[in-house]
Structure formats: C-alpha cells, structure tokens
Design a binder for this molecule. Structure first.
Ligand SMILES: [Zn+2]
Length: 487
C-alpha cells in the first residue's frame, strides 16, 4: 500500500537518526527491529503504532500501517508482531528486595530478575537491608560486582541511611547509589533506625548530594508499645496466630505519625523523599497535604497488595499475608485508590520481599514468629492491567505509576519509563485479558496472597531490554543483559 504524502511527512518529523528518501518510503539504514501493529502507550498518546529500534534505542514511533502486519518502515531486520497487544514501556519497580548478599535462601538474583522480566519489569531498584547491609561504599560496590553479569533486568542500588552512618552517605553516592533508604522502625536484616536528630542531619546530607531518600515510615516506639499491650495480661484478646493480631501490632497511627514527622524534617532539610508502601488513609492525607503546601519534593508509593487486598479478605491466609505495613481496612484501600487518582501517589512498586516457606510459618502458633513480606515483582503489572480492565484505573495512569513515575523519581527519565524517540528500548508486550493458564512464577519463593486471591489481567508476550528480546513464549531468551544504572 502506497503511503499517503501526509504520513510520509509525519514520519520524517518523528524519525531522528534514520533518514528517508524518494517516492517510496524506505530507510537508508535498516533498523534492527519493528514492534509492529500494537496499541502503544507513549507519554502523549495511546495509539496503534509501530515502534522502531536501532542500537538499543527507540528511533521512531509511527502510526501502524492498517490491519495487516506491514510495518511502516519496510527495512527493519526483524519484526515482532504486536497486533492485538498492548505495547508498554518496561516497568520500573523502585522497591524490590532481591536478597543478595547474605539472604539468598529467601531469593536470589537469577530467580528474581527473571521474575521481573516475566512480569514486564525491565528496571529494578534494590533495597539495602541485606547481610551485610548496603551501608558503605565498599559494600555497595561489592553488591554491584556480585550482581554484574547475572541480572536479566537493569538494576540500580539504594544505600542505607542508618544510625551511625552519616559519613557513609557521600561515599555511597560516589560509588553509584541512586538513592537512599531509611527504615524508621525495625525490619528484615535490621538496620538501626536513626533518631530524629540524626535523621535531620542525614536528610540534609542527602539533599547536598542531590539524592532522594525512600522512607519506610512506621514509628518504632508505637510498634513496640502496641505489641506490649497485645501480650500483656488483660490485653485485647486477639488470637496471636491471626493476621488481625499483626494489624493491631502495627496500627495506622504508627505510619501516619512517621510520615508527618519525616516530611517535616525533610522540608527543613530541603531533602527529596519517597514514602514507601503507603497503607493508611491518614498517611495518604498527610502526603496530599504536604504536596499542596508545596515546600517539599515528596513522592508517594503504593504497593499492589495494599491496593488490592484488605486484611479481612486475606485473613484466611494467615501468615502468608503478613507484611509491613500490614494489610488494612476497606476505607484505607479506598483512600489509596483516591490517592492514585488525584496524583498524591506517584508510583507503584511491588515491595518484592520473598522468604523461604518455613520462615513464613507462624512459630509456636504465633504470627510474630513469621517473616513479613512475599513475592511481587512478577505480578504488579498484570494485576494493575486487571484493574484497568475493571475500570478502576486508566491505562495511561497505570503506565505513569509503573514506569514514568518511578523513572522520574529516581533520575532515570526519559531514558527509562517511556516509549519515545531516544529512550532505551525497554519494552513489554502484553496480551490483555486473563492468561489462558496461570503463568509460571519464577521467583525462588513465589507464593503470595495476590497470586492466591487475585486474577492477572494480561499475558506477557515478550519483554525487550535495550531492543533485545529477553523473555518470550513463557521462557527467558538469551543470556542476562541487565546493566547497573549507577546513580
Ligand atoms: Zn520493602
């Protein structure tokens, strides 16, 4: 079919680095790949288009040539048929615990990074609460070296902002940390929480370094007092084996207070924040209020489990659904969705945090003995696609939350998180609708309340990293190609 003149002009405008000539449309230099005929989500449109890739980057996004698979550039060396599919930027999951070094019995990088690309995630930011913690420049460099050559997705690393670690922040930044993570209460592979004075100083240091800090915001004192009340004689009489007990041990006020406090300190220090895994209506309101005040660069993160499950819905799963912060009430879930809709929440991250199966068992019948967290990186996008299909979220907003938002927050935009000319060709092709069979889960310990209780909303067709197909046909393809994205 001879292309219309107008379209040819449009092509010339969109193409950068690829030249066109003559009466027939053709490329002087053949491009490497065309992802053809899919519904493409770009930063400005959702449209049927062909995405052209050369040397690992997107060189053009052009209107698709009718219903037939006839890429509008005839000189692509390979064509990936994306008809009937959604073509999304690879997701950027800014909250994963891939557990190395030191905790590889819970998860290892081979399994976790394969789970990522099997779920359309092409970049992860990995947390520092490993053993030993990523709390010095030497440990950060050692972790990057440990992962190099083994990762199937691109990765960036957080440095720990912990008690006594003020003077490690600048060296970690020089060594390639993309941001910092601070735990205000205790967590897996405990990192001691800084007190408020230390936290203020550390945030000021992070601001000087130009790095954002992600915060696990729960007040440790409130958590300890809540547990003491639960175990005291004459306590509330909640079954210590139940998920409800865990919710009472970590009440909403612990999160709301910690969010308010860290925002106050960060505003004073002129530091940029991301509040991890918002779970309560009160914390969402606090972030909304700070954003409206305009004196603080604060981003809100939500996790799929807090968005898609209440504590009551997951109660029968017991310790499997134990996570910090806990699953909450229906009113809290509604507040999170309102936060997604109005921009209070900027990113969705999985908080992928698997444990060995035995570690998830309640010890002596008490849920306190079970580890918190579970797998998630493979299922975030597909579960949100189900929410899109159900009308709870627009496709555009979903891509903002899973790709653009985290890429912007962590300095990866526009090379990551966008299907646009000049961006890295990290691409996920999804067939919308529930997959014909439950997809194989690739995490070392993949069990999760979400895979038990919620249906996926898309079947992954292919994932591309730098223009190379790395996952297709329910299998990884080729060697690990993930690169370290130094901060
Ligand atoms: Zn986490």
């Amino acid at each position: 079919m001879a292309p219309r003149k107008g379209r040819r002009t449009q092509r010339r405008d969109l193409l950068q680095g690829v030249s066109w000539t003559g009466g027939d449309v053709w490329c002087h230099e053949p491009v490497d790949l065309a992802v053809a005929g899919g519904t493409v989500v770009t930063p400005t449109a959702i449209t049927r288009a062909d995405v052209f890739v050369a040397a690992g980057r997107i060189v053009a996004v052009l209107p698709a040539a009718g219903e037939a698979l006839a890429p509008s550039c005839p000189r692509a060396r390979r064509t990936l048929d994306a008809r009937g599919c959604l073509v999304l930027p690879g997701a950027v999951d800014a909250h994963v615990h891939f557990r190395e070094p030191g905790l590889a019995h819970k998860e290892d990088w081979e399994h976790a990074s394969l789970a990522a690309i099997a779920g359309g995630v092409t970049t992860v930011l990995d947390m520092p609460n490993v053993v030993p913690p990523t709390s010095t420049a030497a440990r950060l460099a050692a972790k990057a070296a440990l992962v190099a050559g083994r990762s199937r997705c691109h990765f960036a690393l957080y440095g720990a902002m912990a008690a006594g670690g003020l003077d490690e922040l600048a060296p970690m930044a020089s060594a390639g940390a993309r941001g910092f993570k601070v735990f205000l209460g205790e967590t897996t592979a405990s990192l001691p929480a800084p007190d408020d004075g230390e936290l203020l100083q550390a945030l000021a240091r992070a601001a000087d370094l130009g790095l954002r800090t992600m915060v696990h915001a729960e007040n440790g004192g409130v958590l300890r007092a809540s547990v003491a009340r639960l175990v005291a004689p004459g306590g509330p009489g909640c079954d210590p084996a139940s998920l409800a007990w865990h919710g009472l041990a970590r009440p909403p006020v612990a999160e709301v207070e910690a969010v308010a406090r860290v925002c106050l300190l960060a505003a004073s220090a002129r530091a940029a924040l991301s509040i991890a895994h918002l779970s309560t209506a009160g914390a969402v309101a606090e972030v909304r209020r700070r954003k409206a005040a305009g004196d603080l660069d604060v981003r809100g993160e939500a996790c799929p489990h807090h968005l898609l499950l209440t504590a009551d819905q997951a109660a029968t799963l017991g310790a499997l659904a134990k996570v910090n912060p806990p699953l909450r009430s229906a009113a809290d879930v509604d507040a999170l969705w309102a936060g997604l809709a109005d921009g209070t929440i900027d990113t969705v991250g999985s908080d992928h945090a698997p444990h060995a199966s035995a570690e998830k068992e309640p010890e002596g019948g008490k849920i306190t003995g079970a580890a918190s967290g579970f797998a998630g990186v493979q299922n975030t996008v597909t579960l949100l696609l189900a929410a899109v299909a159900a009308g709870r979220l627009s496709l555009r907003r979903m891509v903002e939350l899973c790709a653009e938002g985290p890429a912007r927050a962590w300095g990866l935009w526009p090379r990551k998180g966008a299907l646009a000319v000049g961006a890295d060709a990290d691409i996920a092709v999804w067939r919308p609708g529930p997959p014909p069979a439950p997809p194989r889960q690739w995490s070392l310990h993949p069990d999760s309340p979400l895979t038990r209780l919620r249906r996926p909303g898309g079947a992954l067709v292919a994932t591309l990293l730098d223009g190379e197909v790395v996952f297709a046909g329910d299998r990884p393809v080729g060697p690990p190609r993930g690169r370290w994205l130094r901060g």
